[in-house]
Each structure stands twice: as structure tokens, then as C-alpha cells.
Design a protein around this ligand. Structure first.
Ligand SMILES: C[S@@+](CC[C@H](N)C(=O)[O-])C[C@H]1O[C@@H](n2cnc3c(N)ncnc32)[C@H](O)[C@@H]1O
Length: 248
């Protein structure tokens, strides 16, 4: 029986290793192993993503796309009575194209949506789903840390269920604010709930998150309950409406 302590120790080590791998690869989806691993895991899961998430069209419309349309209408000057014309929307970390798909299906939206993601697998799913919308949907494979777009290019920028997977959420949000036009709408999510502590400092509390957005020059920052795991956070880039005396 002299081998018993060694076997028990080995078992303990195996359990600890299994738990560590589960935490690194499943629970926190590779975020502590670097961006490439995160993207590789999403490439692997892409074909199952929509089946796992089971997005409900009515819920997406009620909480996400319809409120986004309402804000676009009232705050960015896309003032069609019943429609939002020509608005260009950017969805960062678009995944399988969830937000572009539901937004383009809104009868009141006749603008265009650009979806950006670093995972080729997720974008392949998005491409198939968005094909019926033709040129109104465009997809870009790129990291969210440096957006390949001009300043003030978009009427709205969205980023759902993704900030905690990015290497630097503050830098990514700074990029989103940069490409948002004055008066434009930002919609992002803040991770919360029982899983958040596993992300070891990658999920901010509400005060710190709202302060980060305010520090980026965004105004009207509002958090809104959504799911157990996420809050929706709305903000706006200040309009630069002012009277230029030299024109008088
Ligand atoms: C949980 S999914 C969310 C997808 C989509 N927004 C949704 O709500 O269904 C997270 C997405 O972030 C993407 N992602 C992770 N790291 C990224 C990075 N550094 N740059 C761009 N996208 C990234 C992944 O490929 C994945 O599609």
C-alpha cells in the first residue's frame, strides 16, 4: 500500500489539470491564452453557435434592434417618419451576424450594416445568413482592437456579448467611439452574473464601465437590464451642433 499516496497525488493533479483546462478553454473561452486561441475556439464552435444560442426574433427586436432604430431616428437625424434611411451601422465582433440579421429584418430600417469579426468560421456563418440582403450587409475579418474605418463613419456602433473576450476593452471602446459620428448611438454589453468572477478582472462593474464610456467623451450613458449574464449599455457621441460666428 506504499503506492497509495502517490496514486492519490496523481489523481489530485489530474483533477486540478482538468479543472484548469476547463476554466481556460470552456469557461473563459481562451481569453487568458491570447487572442489567437479565442478566435480558434470560435472557429471551432461557429457551426454550432446559433443552435446553442437560439436567438428569439421577438426578443431581439424588443430589446435590441427596435430600441436601436428608435434612437437612430430621434438622435442622429435619420428622421424618416416610419423608416431610418441610409444609416450605416457597424457591429463589432458580429459573430454569426446576429445583430445585422435582426436589424436588416426590421421593416423600419433601410440602411446598411457592416459586421466585423476576427473569426473566419463565424463570418462564414454570417455570410450565408446575410446573403439575402445583398449589398446592404458587408463583412470584414479584422481584430476589434484597431478598426479599419475613418473617424465618424457610422451612425451607430454595436458590440454584443464580446467585450470581455477582447484583449483590451478600453482600447476597443475607444476605437468604437472614434468611428461613431457626432450624435451617433453606441450599444454595447457589460458582462455580469455568476460567471463573471471566472473572468478575473476582465468584467467591469457598472460604475467602472459607465465611467470608462464617459471618459471616452460619450454622453447619456445608460445601463439597462437584459439577461442574467449581460446588461445592455447605451451611450451617444456628443453632437457638434454649434453656431459658427464667422458665417454671419
Ligand atoms: C460571444 S460571440 C458574440 C457574437 C455576436 N456579437 C453575438 O452577440 O452573437 C464573441 C465574438 O467575438 C469575436 N472575437 C473575439 N475576439 C475578437 C477580436 N479580438 N476581434 C474581433 N472579434 C473577436 C469572436 O470571434 C466571436 O464571434
Amino acid at each position: 500500500m506504499s503506492w497509495l499516496p502517490a496514486v492519490l497525488l496523481l489523481l489530485l493533479l489530474l483533477v486540478a489539470l482538468g479543472w484548469l483546462l476547463h476554466w481556460l478553454l470552456i469557461r473563459t473561452e481562451g481569453i487568458f491564452l491570447g487572442r489567437r486561441i479565442v478566435v480558434w475556439l470560435y472557429d471551432l464552435a461557429a457551426g454550432r453557435y446559433d443552435a446553442l444560442k437560439q436567438f428569439d426574433p421577438d426578443t431581439e427586436s424588443a430589446f435590441v434592434t427596435w430600441p436601436l432604430l428608435r434612437r437612430l431616428r430621434s438622435e442622429t437625424g435619420f428622421l424618416g417618419r416610419n423608416s431610418v434611411s441610409n444609416a450605416l451601422v457597424l457591429d463589432v465582433a458580429t459573430g454569426t451576424g446576429r445583430l445585422p440579421f435582426f436589424l436588416l429584418n426590421e421593416p423600419g430600417f433601410d440602411g446598411r450594416v457592416v459586421g466585423l469579426d476576427a473569426s473566419a468560421g463565424m463570418l462564414a456563418q454570417a455570410r450565408a445568413k446575410l446573403a439575402p440582403f445583398g449589398q446592404r450587409a458587408a463583412l470584414v475579418r479584422q481584430s476589434a482592437q484597431a478598426l479599419p474605418f475613418a473617424d465618424a463613419a457610422f451612425a451607430a456602433v454595436t458590440c454584443l456579448e464580446a467585450l470581455e473576450f477582447l484583449p483590451d476593452d478600453a482600447a476597443a471602446l475607444g476605437e468604437m467611439a472614434r468611428v461613431l459620428r457626432p450624435g451617433g448611438v453606441l450599444l454595447v454589453t457589460r458582462r455580469q452574473g455568476p460567471e463573471a468572477p471566472y473572468f478575473l478582472g476582465r468584467c467591469r462593474d457598472r460604475d467602472s464601465f459607465e465611467a470608462l464610456l464617459t471618459g471616452l467623451g460619450l454622453i447619456d450613458v445608460r445601463s439597462q437590464p437584459w439577461q442574467v449574464e449581460y446588461e445592455l449599455v447605451w451611450a451617444k457621441r456628443e453632437s457638434t451642433d454649434f453656431t459658427d460666428d464667422t458665417d454671419r
